[in-house]
Each structure stands twice: as structure tokens, then as C-alpha cells.
Ligand binder design. Structure first.
Ligand SMILES: [Zn+2]
Length: 287
């Protein structure tokens, strides 16, 4: 069933594991992730960026599809439907559309404005039973066409945003979206530890989970990271499997052109990487 992400993430902090947020793009993506979560008996967060929401024709379509799919597939593990890097207006639309969680990304505003807007959305979300994530320190990589290095969030600013009553917090610690460059310096565990000391048991979120080495993921979880976002990696697995199918000429054999056959290897590849991540994050059998 569709639930807010608060309870699953508080449990993750207590149990020292992390719940994966896997972004969805269409029906196939959603189905593959939900089936894997059920098979692994893992809680799961389905992430939807504003761009992906638009691509899928709107947030209402997404919420209706996910709710219906949970029912049709007989999914019993906790599932949160979460807006990823939402604007203020995007958050309002998702609240109305039936999402169970939103992220308000006010990291590009001056801290005072980030605080004011976050506070307003915290009150609205909580009055309607949704969970809300906020961000301090912009995550590097490509966001809206601009490629930036990962900022290190100021632990004191993290504490200010945490005190507004957000349910979980994304704090930049040098992590970036997309593929990591060869000269990447790694995660700043010193900053993560300082933030953790100030905010206590509030779950921390690690964006840009694609390509962070397993040992760094484990250290981050030990320091309070309870939600890890994975997007690019599913795309790369889907792409590689689809390319292989075409290059091997399978689309030209029999009814290999049938979209249900053409997309099947990509979907199987998404299931494989999602399972691998759930095992790494420690969320298997935690539903
Ligand atoms: Zn992100």
C-alpha cells in the first residue's frame, strides 16, 4: 500500500540500513521496481522528478498508475510515492494528486528563503499525512542542464532546516547526480558526522547513489544515511540490455518486434540492479 516514507525511514535509522529511492519513468520501470521490492520483502520509495512526471502526462496519472499497480500486483511491502527535487508548485500539485511524500528542493534559494518555504510546506504535508524531504547544499552533477560540483552542506544550516520538522534531510556531502568523474574526491564523512551529531536521529538522504563505491555507501549508512537515491544506474542497465537485444538481432527474429519482448531484457536488468542495491543497502526482509 501507498504510505508516507516517515515510518520506513525511522525504522531504517534504528536498524542501521537504508531504503532505496528508485526513480520511475514509465509503466515498465514502476512494475520492475515494485516486483523486486515484493520479492525482496523490502520497503521502497518510488521517485518521480518533475520532468518524469510531465513525461508520464502528469502527477495524477502517475499516482493513479502506482496505486492501481500496487493493488493489481498484490504488493504488500510499504511503498512511498515521492516527488524528487520538487519546486514549491510541484510539491503542491503532488500533494493534490495523491503522492504520499515530496521533496522540496530549496537549496538554490538563500537559506532564509529556503527555511520560509520549507516551513510552509512542512505544515501542509503533515496536515495531509505526507512526509517531506528538504535539501541543504546543492547536489552536484546535472540539474536542469547545469553541471556543478557537489557542495558540502553547512551542518548548522542542516540543523536549522531539520528543526522545521522535515521528516528526512538531504545534505550535500560531495555527492553528485549522474556518473561520477574520474577525479571525484569521494564523500565528506567528516561533514556527515558533524551534521549527524547536530540533528540526532533524523534520517539523512544520500542523492546520486549511482557509482558510489560499496564501502562508502556502508560508511554513510553507519553515519545516519537511511535513504539512498538511485536513478542513473537503472537507466544504464536498461540501456545496455536493450542495446544487446537489438545488436544480437533479436528484434528481427519472429515476433521480436513486439514491445513486450523488446522491452523485456531492459526490465529484467532493472530488476537485477534494484535487487543488488537493496542487498547493499540492507533493506531486504525489512518490510
Ligand atoms: Zn537528487
Amino acid at each position: 500500500m501507498l504510505v508516507s516514507a516517515t515510518e520506513m525511514l525511522n525504522k531504517a535509522v534504528a536498524g542501521k540500513y537504508a531504503v532505496g529511492q528508485f526513480n520511475i519513468n514509465n509503466l515498465e520501470w514502476t512494475k520492475a521496481i515494485l516486483q523486486t521490492a515484493e520479492e525482496c520483502k523490502s520497503p521502497v520509495i518510488l521517485g518521480v522528478s518533475e520532468g518524469a512526471g510531465k513525461y508520464m502526462t502528469g502527477f495524477k496519472t502517475v499516482a493513479a498508475m502506482v496505486s492501481a499497480m500496487i493493488e493489481d500486483l498484490g504488493i504488500t511491502v510499504p511503498v512511498a510515492l515521492h516527488l524528487d527535487h520538487g519546486s514549491y508548485d510541484g510539491c503542491m500539485k503532488c500533494i493534490e494528486a495523491g503522492f504520499s511524500s515530496v521533496m522540496f528542493d530549496g537549496s538554490h534559494y538563500p537559506i532564509d528563503e529556503n527555511i520560509a518555504k520549507t516551513k510552509e510546506l512542512v505544515d501542509i504535508c503533515h496536515s495531509k499525512g505526507l512526509s517531506i524531504e528538504a535539501e541543504v547544499g546543492s547536489i552536484g552533477g546535472e540539474e536542469d542542464g547545469v553541471v556543478g560540483a557537489g557542495e558540502i552542506a553547512d551542518p548548522n544550516e542542516c540543523k536549522m532546516i531539520a528543526d522545521l520538522g522535515v521528516d528526512f534531510l538531504a545534505a550535500g556531502i560531495g555527492n553528485i547526480h549522474g556518473k561520477y568523474p574520474a577525479n571525484w574526491k569521494g564523500l565528506d564523512f567528516d561533514a556527515l558526522g558533524k551534521t549527524k551529531n547536530l540533528i540526532g536521529d533524523l534520517p539523512l538522504v544520500l542523492h546520486g547513489g549511482t557509482g558510489i563505491p560499496a564501502d562508502m555507501i556502508k560508511t554513510a549508512i553507519s553515519l545516519g544515511v537511511a535513504k539512498i537515491n538511485v536513478n542513473t544506474e537503472c537507466q544504464l542497465y536498461f540501456q545496455a540490455a536493450t542495446r544487446k537485444y537489438i545488436e544480437e538481432g533479436k528484434d528481427l527474429e519472429g515476433k521480436g518486434f513486439d514491445p513486450r519482448k523488446l522491452l523485456a531484457p531492459g526490465c529484467a536488468a532493472i530488476k537485477e540492479i534494484v535487487k543488488e542495491k537493496m542487498e547493499l543497502f540492507g533493506s531486504v526482509n525489512k518490510a
